[in-house]
Design a protein around this ligand. Structure first.
Ligand SMILES: [Mn+2]
Length: 263
């Protein structure tokens, strides 16, 4: 069933992703985390629903009785938002997929491990982190399906000493690129854009909103089968751009916070 959201002005939906808290060190991460809190404080009076589209942490794994150090300001802020009645939905990314029930039980957020459709004031919105969608990236898709998501391997990871588990996680983080291309030149090869165009043929949405790409994008989505043009919005990341998307019930705008890297 598709979740429906009704916005009354001045209520809005907000979307952000790829904070990568913990990366590259404590000092830089803390500075970024404080900025994220300032952003959440600036939007919370109008936010009906905040969507956090994954890779909030550079690594997150929930053990049975223990969660990783760090990110306490963000965790506290999420709890405060949900306590005050703002909905928070989290779509774990490829760095923090191992969110189990801590965010729902302790923080009152909703956690979606798969992309989801929402209908808001008559507009269909498709939301997810974006990893493993579109053509190619086959090695990662296999890894996700036959390793990361398999309960047995999660159990093995949980039984490893934490220094070894976190060592593996740091190695995984290093291999993923966080360098931002100065000019985004993938064009038609952009996998998530291709994914949106394909989906638009048989399951059209007005807006397709993802993270993962680490580059803010707003591109038209058309299909010959369909008369209306959708929009693919990538909310970028918070290591450089500090970008987020806002939906006012009619349109989605891509904005940056404290304009360090204006769009
Ligand atoms: Mn990421």
């Amino acid at each position: 069933m598709i979740a429906e959201i009704h916005l009354q002005p001045p209520q809005k939906l907000y979307f952000a992703s790829d904070f990568h808290l913990g990366y590259p060190d404590h000092v830089a991460s803390l500075q970024r985390e404080k900025k994220i809190i300032r952003w959440l404080e600036s939007v919370q009076t109008t936010a009906a629903h905040i969507f956090l589209l994954g890779d909030l942490f550079d690594f997150w794994f929930e053990y049975r009785d223990v969660v990783p150090k760090g990110g306490v300001r963000l965790l506290g802020k999420i709890a405060e938002l949900t306590d005050k009645g703002t909905q928070v939905s989290i779509f774990p990314g490829n760095h923090d997929w191992w969110m189990f029930d801590y965010f729902t039980v302790e923080l009152g957020a909703k956690v979606y491990h798969e992309p989801q459709s929402f209908v808001c004031n008559g507009k269909k919105i498709f939301v997810g982190h974006g990893d493993g969608l579109g053509p190619g990236d086959n090695f990662y898709k296999l890894l996700k399906k036959y390793f990361f998501q398999v309960r047995f391997f999660q159990w093995c990871f949980e039984k490893m000493p934490t220094f070894a588990g976190f060592g593996l996680a740091r190695a995984w983080s290093k291999q993923s690129k966080k360098k931002v291309p100065l000019h985004y030149s993938l064009g038609e090869k952009e996998r998530l854009w291709q994914y949106c165009k394909k989906k638009h043929q048989h399951d059209a949405h007005h807006f397709y909103i993802f993270g993962h790409r680490h580059f803010p994008l707003h591109l038209p989505v058309t299909a010959p089968e369909n008369s209306f043009t959708g929009h693919y919005i990538n909310v970028g990341e918070w290591l450089h751009f500090c970008t987020y998307a806002v939906f006012d019930g009619n349109q989605v705008q891509l904005l940056s916070f404290e304009n360090t890297h204006p769009l």
